[in-house]
Ligand binder design. Structure first.
Ligand code: S3P
Length: 436
């Protein structure tokens, strides 16, 4: 990431227009990684241009995968798949940067490759829990080591023969599920995974489309080892609903807003933000529903709304996991109280998103209280100007910028460059919508 940048965000008279969103980050990682171990070439259009997917590309390059950039905006890349046994030992440490998806998915893949890999990341990623992937990979027979008694990166993985397992995931985590699906592709025997809740299913959709045998759903899936390599196929990545979400909330809480977002992925395992905003009373329309890259997509139209508080817990948490800091901003502008519970996973994201969201929104005058597994926001009073910090967390940076757009005073955001992780054009799109 670049050097520390401060940004000033002032309230604007209107929020009006249309932006095209970056490609979905989760789907982009998968298109790159699955494409790398497929047989043949695949063109990936509208790939996420953020630093996280660049980390995945750099790691795959070190493992011997050739990629060619076909277009820079929107980003399009051709991946030359090396097949199931074509990866080679990297000459150096693999650096996943800030990206949990890169580290966890690659750990699953590398556990089955007959060579040594060392994976590291930035300070945030090196403090995030890796025991959740190391433990089941060890049960499958992998040799894995990590700092903190195997719970944190840097990770060392000596890949080799794996055995399929039946495993109940301790958390609803698509990163964990996908790591084990990747390991299961190369294991002896089937791997069955039971999930406590509905985490995003992009891996399952894409692996099936590429010829993998995956059975079951509703929280229990079984993957069979590959009998032939995955089939490469061109794909266009849908717009990222987690990026669209900033404009949806900005539009809903701004008094003079009308924003249209085209071609947004609305996979039901990701679309909790749409349900939450509707439950809060947002004027949100879903139009032109269709399909892109094996995923449901639609155009979204949001207009100024009178929001009310809601309670978020249970299955809604994994379905809104990356949008919860932003929903706290929506809740600040809503009438009544919003309670977020059973969201302890927020504490182990790019920052401790319970502590950082509560701390930074308090600085903007929001009546917000920290719970061990969530937060309570008493809406209607806050959102004044002030100085806030992203804590180097891209989602918090953009949520705070949205708070500034609809607020009653200037917000100065420190470490604003964090947006580059998933949405490098965020500030340009903000200027477009505010008419600057
Ligand atoms: C992701 C899954 C989620 C999400 C993250 C991306 C993915 O993490 O928070 O931003 O691409 O699989 P968990 O699966 O760990 O909840």
């Amino acid at each position: 990431m670049g050097r520390a940048v401060d940004r000033k965000i002032a309230g604007c008279a209107t929020l009006d227009g249309e932006v095209s969103l970056p490609g979905d980050k989760s789907i982009s990682h998968r298109a790159l990684i699955f494409g790398a171990i497929a047989q043949g070439r695949a063109r990936i259009g509208n790939l996420s241009p953020g630093a996280d997917c660049r980390s995945t590309m750099a790691c795959l390059g070190q493992l011997g995968v050739e990629m060619e950039e076909l277009c820079s905006s929107p980003l399009a890349v051709e991946v030359r798949g090396v097949g199931g046994s074509g990866l080679r030992e990297a000459e150096d440490v693999l650096d996943a940067g800030n990206s949990g998806t890169t580290m966890r998915l690659l750990a699953g893949l590398l556990a089955a490759q007959p060579f040594l890999s060392i994976l590291t990341g930035d300070r945030s990623l090196r403090s995030r829990p890796m025991g959740r992937i190391m433990e089941p990979l060890r049960l499958m027979g992998a040799q894995v080591w990590g700092r903190g008694a195997g719970t944190m990166a840097p990770l060392a993985i000596r890949g080799g023969e794996l055995q399929g397992i039946t495993y109940r995931l301790p958390v609803a985590s698509a990163q964990l599920k996908s790591a084990l699906l990747l390991a299961g592709l190369f294991a002896r025997g089937e791997t069955t995974l039971e999930e406590p809740g509905p985490s995003r299913d992009h891996s399952e959709r894409m692996l099936r489309a590429m010829g993998a045998r995956l059975e079951g759903e509703n929280g229990r899936i079984t993957i069979s080892p590959l009998s032939r390599p995955l089939k490469a196929g061109d794909v266009t990545v849908p717009g990222d609903i987690s990026s669209a979400a900033y404009w949806l909330v900005a539009g809903a809480i701004h008094p003079h807003a009308r924003v249209r977002l085209e071609g947004v992925g609305i996979n039901p395992t990701r679309s909790g933000i749409l349900d939450a905003l509707r439950a809060m009373g947002a004027r949100l329309e879903i139009e032109k529903e269709g399909w892109e890259g094996g995923e449901p997509v639609a155009d979204l139209l949001i207009e100024s709304s009178e929001l009310r508080g809601i309670d978020l817990e249970g299955d809604m948490i994994p379905r809104t996991i990356d949008e919860l800091p932003l929903l706290a901003v929506a809740a600040s502008a809503a009438r009544g109280t919003t309670t977020i519970r059973q969201a302890g996973e927020l504490r182990v994201k790019e920052s401790d998103r319970i502590a950082t969201t509560v701390g930074e929104l308090s600085r903007l005058g929001v009546d917000i209280e920290e719970l061990p597994d969530g937060m309570v926001i008493r809406g209607g009073g806050g959102l004044r100007g002030g100085e806030v910090d992203s804590h180097h967390d891209h989602r918090l940076a953009m949520a705070l910028a949205v708070a500034g757009l609809a607020g009653r005073g200037e917000v100065v955001l420190h470490n604003a460059e964090a947006v580059d992780i998933s949405y490098p054009a965020f500030w340009r799109d903000l200027d477009t919508l505010t008419g600057k």
